[in-house]
Ligand binder design. Sequence first.
Ligand SMILES: NC(=O)C1=CN([C@@H]2O[C@H](COP(=O)(O)OP(=O)(O)OC[C@H]3O[C@@H](n4cnc5c(N)ncnc54)[C@H](OP(=O)(O)O)[C@@H]3O)[C@@H](O)[C@H]2O)C=CC1
Ligand SMILES: O=C(O)C1=N[C@H](C(=O)O)C[C@H](O)C1
Length: 263
Amino acid sequence: MINVAVLGACGRMGSLIVENVINSADMQLVAAFDINYFGRDAGEFAHVGNLGVRISDVKDLETVLKESKADVLIDFTAAGATVVNAPIAARAGVNLIIGTTGLTPEQRAVIDEAIQEGQVSAVISPNYSVGVNVFFKIIREAAKYLADYDIEIIEAHHNQKKDAPSGTALRAADIISEAVGGKEYVYGREGIAPRGKEIGIHGVRAGDITGDHIVLFAGNSERIEIKHMAHSRQIFAKGAVRAAEWVCKQKPGIYSMDDVLGL
Ligand SMILES: NC(=O)C1=CN([C@@H]2O[C@H](COP(=O)(O)OP(=O)(O)OC[C@H]3O[C@@H](n4cnc5c(N)ncnc54)[C@H](OP(=O)(O)O)[C@@H]3O)[C@@H](O)[C@H]2O)C=CC1
Ligand SMILES: O=C(O)C1=N[C@H](C(=O)O)C[C@H](O)C1
């Protein structure tokens, strides 16, 4: 049985992850953390009834992770939280699934160093859905043939999303850039803004859109649009829980969803 702790357990993703953990035959929820609602039952936020697991103050992360014998911590919070908490968990010997987006390269370096020091296994991915990780493969392949086309990435998300552009859009840009041997990025355009050889990245925030990503390759007289649309956050939650089960069986290191899915 894998002992799972969830950070951000009262949030949109954290509460779904709690639901998926308790529905897994191979896992049990041993701890749940957030910055609010201390003492309330984690099951309340997941709409699954009382689980007997109280929301702990994230300030007690290290102590509660040790007391609860957590094998893995699943973190979907915010960059400023993950950069503090993931290193604490890693140094306490707890494996990690990180879904938080908006991490700067400096924040990511702090987390990577702690994972190495703690000798734990971690999956860090901006998108835990199977479909998006296949989409990443497809755009990498397309970019090899369409390097001289104009390339634009358009993402759309709900009006509560804090970071922009999405982590998935940024990863898509990095994949394309790697495939074509390096490209600059331009975030939105306004004023006199003639197009160069860059990848344009554009974010839409509206209503309750779960998460759409389009990569547009446009040449003269033709274009290809490769699009992924998420219909439910369950795809991310199920992917993260699958990754948590997988990561506990791996050697120490930092892995991607490609590794989890064998892509
Ligand atoms: N990798 C993937 O597949 C996916 C990644 N994400 C990413 O996951 C993250 C969370 O998304 P979502 O669930 O929609 O966001 P929510 O705001 O709904 O959930 C985040 C939760 O974390 C809490 N929180 C914020 N700061 C801290 C802190 N310092 N310590 C502990 N808890 C904290 C929030 O509390 P409060 O509400 O009070 O701020 C909230 O309960 C985002 O970065 C998002 O981009 C989302 C979907 C898929
Ligand atoms: O905040 C969200 O909702 C999502 N965030 C991730 C991202 O930034 O790429 C993944 C997904 O698109 C939903």
